[in-house]
Design a binder for this molecule. Sequence first.
Ligand code: NCD
Length: 372
Amino acid sequence: MAIGFVAFEFDADKRDVTRIPPEHGVRSGALVQGRRHGAGAAGLSQRHRRLFHVLDPRQFDRALLDDLCALSTRLRRHARSRLGARSLQTLLPHKRAMLYFTQPSTRTFLSFDNACHLLGVRTSEIRDPAISSEVKGETFEDSIRTFSSYVDVIIMRTHEAGMAAQSAALMDRIKRPVPIINAGSGRDQHPTQALLDIHTLERSFGRRGGIDGKTIGLMGDLRRGRTARSLAYLMKNYRDVRLVFIAPDDFGMGSDIKVHLREHGLPFHETRELGSVIGDLDAIYVTRLQTEHDVGDESKGYEHARYRIGPEQLPALRSDAVIMHPLPRGPEIDPAIDADPRAMYWRQERNGMWMRVALLVKIFEVEDELPP
Ligand code: NCD
């Protein structure tokens, strides 16, 4: 069945690539540091800008996304040989990273940690605020400022939204600012996951013209799932993309994201029925029910059986479609489909590490030191 999309005109000029609306509490200058002009200066080519804080997917434009994807592939290729891997380790041995993860994490933590090590960056970590001076009453801002005294980049995941942005604003007020990377901010955003998701989509559609022109379904708890929210933001960078949101009414995509998509002329369609759209999708991005954000029994009525992919759904899916999931998974992806060539989630994990290596290379501007 053809999907009835809310149609909007594609208008590339409307795409403001570096500014984030003021409600995010971040000055545009905090995101991409201009060498000669302000960060948002129109027409400033990527080469003259430095990627600094990574806070929100809206700071990425197409040129930077393409650059990061190509760089990630290049770095991965280098690391295949012993000499190549050794040369990567000589890029940033003078840098230190702080991994401040006060919300549970397996993949994001490990992939950042290993990304740092692949580049020779030394890491320290706090995963439990109960063992930092925050228990003695130290404020969040003082803790961040303290970390910044010892390291060159702070990678952080928090329960609450806005903490990475708040830290970046603090950095921009002090003498020795270090970049802040948002590795997941509450229910709000997960920009580096969105980058690795884009990388996975681009690789998967490598022989089919990339992401441009594709129909991408996002399914599950879209209201509270930060990965789907961040990925939806990045989609404005691709031409003729259509999004399909598949979720029960109470778990639909947030209106803030839908307003953004409308403003950028990106057509989307919403449905409760996977079966009505599955055959139209080039990719389906499945997400889990975010029960940790329940304040009451919101998750109780969620019908897992309707928002899952298992062997029964596979015949309806196009033979060249891809199935993605940020992981960890719940019942929404049946392990019985793991061996299907369309299942991309394990590759997605590995792409995540290389995308994070690329991000660090960009932030510390050592790309030119790489062998061709
Ligand atoms: C996601 C997250 O933490 O938002 N996981 C991840 O980073 N790979 C997805 C999730 O937990 O549902």
